[in-house]
Design a protein around this ligand. Structure first.
Ligand code: ZN
Length: 253
């Protein structure tokens, strides 16, 4: 049976080989060794194994020690050409791959094909916007993060106030309760809630970006990076991760 997978990381192994984290179409993640994967050699072929590239290969059932799989037969089925030439795009791709590597063990097969499709869309449309010279890293980060939050089952409740149950809107939203994944209205004057500046912007990030598909991304306006940081902090908190644990975090803000 043929499988599709996306490259999430690559680490040189010896002079010519590569070890890559792969995200399979079914949401599982495997470490695979590619003999000769660094390219070069007599034919001086460049490596086809880059972050976000899509491969097709037979389903591997036998694992080596340490969970490594060896893929001797594989082909590249999609690749980007413009991301590596734009540092903001490349850092963003590194970041989203690192984020998926950090969480998909917890999450694994429950995600089915959602994580795979999300990354596949993210990379495909980044490339499309770079080709059209319309790439906005802020919009792409917002979309990826909001969709990832949604697919992870931790999307905040935007409908009703955590305390009084009143309908919420951009007009009356006041506070964000990160531990609860919910917002509150003006009813709550008690200081026990976690008040974060800019929670209206955060609310509108979830509302607008949550309702917009990658295909319709041109309708979106960039959001303040503060709101993106808050959304990321909330996401990481739910997975008991810190921003310090992500090496590429410092390159995207
Ligand atoms: Zn309320």
């Amino acid at each position: 049976m043929e499988m599709q997978s996306l490259v999430l990381s690559k680490t040189p192994y010896g002079e010519r080989h590569l070890i890559c984290d792969l995200l399979y179409q079914n949401g599982t993640r495997k470490k695979a060794i590619f003999y000769g994967g660094r390219g070069g050699g007599k034919s001086s072929k460049p490596s086809k194994l880059e972050l976000g590239h899509r491969l097709q290969h037979p389903k591997v059932t036998r694992e080596k020690e340490g969970g490594l799989v060896s893929l001797s037969e594989w082909e590249l089925t999609w690749n980007h050409n413009h991301i590596a030439g734009n540092h903001r795009a490349y850092f963003l791709l590194s970041f989203v791959c690192e984020l998926l590597r950090s969480i998909s063990d917890d999450y694994g097969e429950q995600s089915e094909d959602k994580l795979y499709n999300l990354l596949s869309n993210a990379v495909f449309f980044m490339e499309e916007d770079l080709v059209a010279k319309k790439f906005d890293a802020n919009v792409h980060l917002g979309l990826f993060l909001v969709k990832l939050t949604y697919y992870s089952g931790i999307f905040p409740n935007l409908e009703t106030c955590h305390f009084c149950g009143s309908a919420l809107s951009l007009q009356n939203v006041e506070g964000f309760l990160a531990n609860e994944g919910s917002f509150s209205c003006q009813c709550d004057s008690v200081t026990t809630r976690e008040i974060i500046d800019g929670q209206k912007v955060l609310y509108s990030l979830y509302q607008l970006y949550g309702a917009t598909t990658y295909r319709n991304r041109t309708q979106l306006t960039p959001v303040a990076s503060n709101a993106l940081k808050m959304a990321l902090r909330y996401f990481l908190g739910q997975f008991h991760l810190s921003q310090e644990s992500l090496k590429s975090y410092k390159f995207i803000f």
